[in-house]
Write a protein that binds this ligand. Structure first.
Ligand code: BES
Ligand code: MN
Ligand code: ZN
Length: 508
């Protein structure tokens, strides 16, 4: 049976790191900083152990580098985890987030029950306290996350609970940090929740199940409402794209609509649209069996939107946001959509389906048209849309396509803040020509080349003059194996990016 995920609490306060009892004390260290007061103070107490490590070259304090020394009863913590921050001049907020994630991930590995995170002291004024607090909290959740819902009872890799305290010796700075930690806790918790939903396999979550989760999220979040269109309503509304994709499965499709309405006076409305294919077999254009299991992650865009909507509703920015999550299961069967079928999308545009595995764009075009009807000022969609995007950018960055350069800049800024990387790719113009059909308005695939851009261009056809951007997150949706920062499986990509984007929009 499914079990609860690791229970992590993250708090912040003013304290002298040396005096706080903990299983692990994580201390940030620059590779080129000889004035680290906290390090020096610890070193004095533990008889120069840190200096020895450095002299032997065992710890150079580069990013991703860690080393452990033992407290031996001379400081309050049992262990000191030295966490490399790299060169002082090159430090970015993302490095602080990663350092916190790495520390907490190590603490989970050590089966620690308590960790004190003292990273901000080394950072000094390089990053403001509020930002530092937010990213450390986000990192703490990210690093602690393990997907262990279905791990057997006897497995001792599970960890009951972990208490993480972020401390800084300076009272004013600690207050700033606490402020940031509040937002970081909300975003971090939501991202862990999103990772769990995305990690669940197709037999555990189907479109109806995802809709139920979305409703439950809305019920538990003041300011957030949720409406779901079932397959009957989809037929009434003539949402032909999502219906065609869902036709082959006995698990019928759903269109999930979440609304956050700000209590503050604002007429601005942002639309977030996320692809949620709960399993993508390819349909009649079936995928090869190797790796097909990873297509349970094909709902990651929609799950990212669901997470962002929850975080946004809790952070209460002065902007209205509508989250639209078309969800279907792409399966082959006697009732499935065939290659060659011509379908009529919700917008009225007809589409020749040349490949049933290019299904994401078929559900998104209905979602995008719905967002346009809702008169959104701008629309951002997010989807695990093309293998081509992963070929182009690898597993490090998502593709970003848009019809508006200003929106690109805004998303690049949110990307910088969130550490969820994007790279601008083209769409429109010559790419659009590739998706013209001879027998319908559009066809759902282009040539062999530039697949991310032809997919983006297809979506662009459905937004008219509305400012729109598309994030192709195929490749960054999941880790193939555990890393220093995080565990295998869903990354929860997009929760931080979309939330930051919306918060920035509200500040204008
Ligand atoms: N969900 C896949 C894209 C994908 C591939 C995501 C690998 C993550 C990892 C999408 O529905 C798909 O199958 N796209 C096809 C499009 C093609 C038929 C034009 C692809 O990329 O092969
Ligand atoms: Mn597909
Ligand atoms: Zn897909």
């Amino acid at each position: 049976m499914a079990k609860e995920i690791i229970n992590v609490t993250v708090t912040a306060r003013k304290a002298n790191a040396i005096e706080v009892k903990a299983d692990v004390l994580a201390v940030g260290v620059f590779s080129d900083d000889k004035t680290n007061k906290l390090c020096k103070a610890i070193d004095k107490k533990v008889g120069g152990a840190i200096e020895k490590l450095k002299k032997l070259g065992d710890f150079k304090a580069g990013v991703k580098e860690t080393a452990i020394i033992y407290g031996d009863g001379k400081i309050a913590a049992k262990r000191v985890l030295l966490v490399g921050l790299g060169k002082k001049k090159e430090l970015k907020a993302g490095d602080v987030r990663n350092a916190a994630a790495m520390s907490v991930s190590k603490a989970v590995g050590l089966k620690a029950k308590t960790i004190v995170i003292a990273i901000s002291e080394a950072v000094g004024k390089k990053i403001d306290g509020e930002t530092a607090g937010q990213v450390m909290a986000e990192g703490a959740y990210f690093g602690s996350y393990r997907y262990d819902e279905f791990v057997g009872k006897g497995d001792d890799d599970r960890l009951g609970s972990l208490k993480a305290s972020i401390v800084d010796g300076d009272a004013a700075k600690a207050r700033q940090i606490s402020k940031g930690v509040k937002a970081g806790v909300i975003i971090g918790q939501v991202q862990s929740f999103a990772r769990t939903i995305a990690n669940r396999p197709g037999n555990v979550i189907n479109p109806k199940g995802l809709a139920e989760i979305a409703k439950k999220v809305a019920r538990g979040t003041p300011g957030l409402s949720c409406t779901v269109f079932d397959d009957k309503q989809l037929k009434q509304k003539k949402m032909g794209g999502i219906l065609a994709v869902g036709a082959g499965s006995s698990n019928k499709p759903r269109m999930i609509v979440l609304k956050y309405t700000s209590k503050k006076k604002t007429s601005k409305k942002i639309g977030l649209v996320g692809k949620a294919i709960t399993f993508d077999s390819g349909g009649i254009s079936i995928k090869p069996s190797a790796g097909m299991q990873d297509m349970k992650f094909d709902k990651s865009g929609g799950v990212g939107v669901l997470g962002a909507m929850k975080a946004i509703a809790e952070l209460k920015p002065a902007v209205n946001v509508i989250g639209i999550i078309p969800s279907a299961e792409n399966m082959p069967s006697g009732a499935a959509c065939r290659p060659g079928d011509i379908i009529t999308s919700y917008s009225g545009k007809t589409i020749e389906v040349q490949n049933t595995d290019a299904e994401g764009r078929l559900i998104l075009c209905d979602g995008l048209h719905y967002a346009v009807q809702q008169k959104c000022d701008c629309i951002v969609d997010m989807a695990t849309l093309t293998g081509a995007c992963m070929v182009a950018l690898g597993k490090y960055m998502a593709g970003l396509m848009s019809n508006d350069d200003e929106l690109v800049k805004k998303l690049q800024k949110a990307s910088e803040q969130s550490g969820e990387k994007v790279w601008h790719l083209p769409c429109g113009d010559e790419y659009s020509k590739e998706i013209k059909s001879k027998i319908a308005d559009l066809k759902n695939i282009g040539s062999r080349w530039g697949g991310a851009s032809t997919a983006g261009s297809f979506l662009r056809e459905f937004v008219g003059d509305t400012k729109w951007a598309h994030i192709d997150m195929a490749g960054v949706d999941m880790f193939d194996s555990a890393s220093e920062f995080g565990s295998v499986g869903s990354t929860g990509f997009g929760v931080r990016l979309l939330t930051n984007f919306v918060l920035n929009e509200a500040k204008k």
